[in-house]
Design a binder for this molecule. Structure first.
Ligand SMILES: Cc1ncc(COP(=O)(O)O)c(C=O)c1O
Length: 409
């Protein structure tokens, strides 16, 4: 028996054909943006003014303070730790600060990588594959994308000026419809700008307990109230059936990717276990800096918010005034009480909204067409525009409305 391999030096080496990699059924089923988020719909003009997203103004974000915080943390010897692993719940100090502000036990706070992360975690933890989720109609479209993770079906529920039509939902439930969750944006709704009334909050929580579903309260704009009356959050925090999803995106900056969940105590461990299998924890570095600012500068967050609210109040009022003066009689407009969105309704039902959008784009103004937020029948959203004013200057807002006026012809 020979130990040498038989060699055939003259025969060509044959490499087997590559076996293609096939993405998972889940990944293949994820949709590409249509309408909302579709870059091809943007104005080709280089000087186009975009009233597109819920984006905070750079001047309202803590640019200088973060730099200071970095220096202070470094000087105090915290640099090395800020680049190490940390716990899955998030920093104790940060959770404690949030818990005190929310008025809940710190054990209920889970730090996340922003609002979308909190939404996906909640959906994956609480919605069975193929289950029904009641959603705002119209709705924040990116939430629908999180539902693709579990193949959920949707039950659209109309949104009124004072938020989700809870009676409509109650009727559907009484008729036998069963849902795993309801998703709504309670404060300064995206896109409809309204706020869920205190009475509806209470009614929704009662329904959730009676029928055994979770309320996913997505509240990124809550801190940006500049008019009107707060409708309360206690009723949500006191319920075993509500997951409150929040983020520092609109107040300290989306690039931080830092947010939090307020979970009912019985859900903390299950959501944490899920999170452990995804990203382990939010950035230690980012938490170090944000916690430092919040904890070592008492009152700083509220001062920052105060300035931001003033800025957004001013821009909201200016945009409303410009629409009324430059486009008199064209829109029904309600002054926003907070947040980043104006949701004007076209008065003339014969206006072709797609053609208007095309002409506006050619004039150099980008906005979201109301139809992109529709999740079912029974809404007038197709007759509306979503105008986002958060990151646009006075001059840009005036010019943008002038361009919209030209688009009307
Ligand atoms: C209603 C709503 N939920 C969630 C988010 C996402 O927040 P984040 O950027 O923190 O993921 C946004 C951002 O625009 C939003 O408008």
């Amino acid at each position: 028996m020979t130990l040498t391999e038989p060699t055939t030096p003259d025969s060509p080496t044959t490499t087997p054909p590559p076996v293609p990699l096939v993405p998972s059924v889940l990944a293949q089923g994820l949709t590409v943006p249509k309408g909302f988020g579709d870059q091809s719909l943007l104005s080709p003009r280089p000087d186009a003014i975009r009233l597109l997203g819920g984006i905070p103004d750079p001047s309202a974000l803590p640019l200088a303070e973060l730099r200071e915080a970095l220096g202070e943390v470094w000087d105090a010897g915290g640099a090395a730790a800020s680049l190490q692993y940390s716990g899955s719940h998030g920093f104790e100090g940060l959770r404690g600060w949030i818990a005190e502000r929310e008025g809940v036990d710190p054990r209920r706070i889970l730090i996340t990588n922003g609002g979308m992360h909190g939404l996906s975690l909640t959906v994956q933890a609480l919605v069975e594959r193929g289950a029904v989720v009641a959603i705002d109609n119209p709705a924040y479209p990116l939430f629908l994308r999180t539902l693709e993770l579990v193949g959920a079906r949707t039950l659209p529920v109309p949104v009124e000026p004072d938020g989700l039509d809870v009676e409509h939902l109650a009727r559907r439930l009484a008729d036998g419809e069963r849902i795993a969750a309801v998703y709504t944006v309670p404060d300064f709704h995206n896109p409809t700008q309204g706020t869920l009334s205190a009475a509806k909050r209470a009614a929704l929580v009662e329904l959730a307990a009676r029928y055994g579903f979770v309320v996913i309260a997505d509240d990124p704009y809550r801190e940006l109230r500049f008019a009107g009356t707060d409708q309360g959050r206690r009723v949500f925090f006191d319920s075993e059936h509500v997951v409150h999803v929040n983020t520092f995106t609109k107040t300290l900056g989306p690039g931080l990717r830092l947010g939090w969940l307020v979970l009912p105590e019985h859900l903390v461990d299950v959501v944490l276990r899920l999170r452990n299998r995804q990203d382990s924890h939010s950035s230690t570095f980012v938490q170090t800096l944000v916690q430092h600012l919040l904890v070592t500068r008492p009152g700083w967050f509220d001062t920052t918010l105060g300035r931001a609210r003033e800025l957004y109040r001013h821009r909201a009022q200016l945009l409303v005034a410009e629409l009324r003066t430059q486009l008199p009689g064209r829109f029904e407009v309600t002054e926003p009480e907070g947040g980043f969105f104006l949701w004007p309704r076209l008065v003339d039902d014969s206006v072709d909204t797609a053609a208007l959008h095309k002409r506006a784009s050619a004039e150099g103004i980008d906005y979201q067409q109301g139809e992109f937020f529709i999740t079912g029948p029974g809404t007038d959203s197709a007759r509306r525009l979503r105008l986002a004013y958060g990151d646009r200057t006075d001059a840009e807002l005036r010019t943008a409305v002038g361009r919209l006026a030209r688009a009307f012809g």
